[in-house]
Design a protein around this ligand. Sequence first.
Ligand code: SF4
Ligand code: SF4
Ligand code: SF4
Length: 421
Amino acid sequence: MDRQAPTARDALAARIAAAADLCVQCGACLPHCPTYRLARDEAESPRGRIALARALAEGRLAPEPRLAGHIDRCLGCRACEAVCPSEVPYGALLDQTRALLAPRRPPGAAVRALRRVAASPRLAAAAAALLAAARTAGLLRLAAALEGPLPGLARLSRQAPRPGRPPRPGRHPPHGTARGRVQLFTGCIARHAQAPALHAAVAVLRRLGYEVHVPAAQRCCGALHAHGGDPAGAAALAAANLRAFAGDDPVLFLDSGCGAQLVEYGRWHPEGETLARRARELCAFLAEAAWPQPAARHEARIALHTPCTHRRVLRDPEAGRRLLARIPGLEVVPLADNAFCCGAAGEYVLTHADWAEALRAPKIEALAAAAPDAVATTNIGCRLHLAAGLAARGLAVPVLHPVEILARALAPPARTAEGGL
Ligand code: SF4
Ligand code: SF4
Ligand code: SF4
């Protein structure tokens, strides 16, 4: 049964048609589209998908599986939007089209479970503990070998940094002279999968004189819901975060995927702009901050991956490079093919594992040739996906968040299980 009231469906359809109307079908976006580059099929291109979305909205095409498949195979990387001379708001159009399709095509059990885990801090903590135990017991290796219904999950989880305890909620006082206060957005799955990076962020910020507040009531940003056809779920999570991040302090985030959602909260909640305006990406913040003393010399060669969300939504693809440039001795080289999505793309890596691997393959080959000491990236999904690809290729190259490299340069660390630099 169609759960959208006719008026809500009509309003959604009208917005899709209006956005699609802007497309003049010039094709300028096609060479920038990763799925078109892979498939060489108009239906896997932005122009093709816009035409399908419009036909769906106008009732000329039915929401049948073939059409939905073309919409689902879109990564949401927004490379097309960035180059479109007609300024088609492709990201919004994609979210709206998926919302239009959602009542006829509820997500599978695994995707529903993932979204539920993301939305519930308690479930996320339980899932992290379960994954850690399963990895220790070798069960994930077995699951990957058996190629279950979501083979990407087992492959990814095996390469994830060992899930750890995130920084405790509450206030973390600065070291030395206080320079200001910040709030820290920790993400949902990232809170556990990237716990070492979050601890590094807290340590660096405190060392630079910031009091760090980790709000206990914060929730998932809502990106999975927003891009998966569940605008009500995204709005509810935005509302929870608006309550959790009260005040005027900057809200720092490590993961560009989370940040891309936070900076667009105005799309999901009437008050969303108030939080969107305060959201700051950590690398950009640290690159501009005053440091009481310079980082120690740190000889290493870093391949820097720029996630699509950092490049196209935050629109600051150089932030990681600017931060790492402040560490003497580091050689930072952009990862080849950086302008194209690595294939992680939120749920995509789980629901379209083969496409995700094909999109990642050229980057892994480039890394095999470049042989850096580490890869740096600012998004947890990309991190897990790239780490899985490197491991599958037999390359022992750690994938880190830039703040982990900075933390090591500010205080030379003991080698970690993920590999030293
Ligand atoms: S570049 Fe813009 S106007 Fe041209 S085909 Fe792509 S979406 Fe349409
Ligand atoms: S969002 Fe990315 S994958 Fe989707 S149509 Fe645009 S360029 Fe292609
Ligand atoms: S972007 Fe992904 S990891 Fe970050 S909070 Fe949103 S759903 Fe969770």
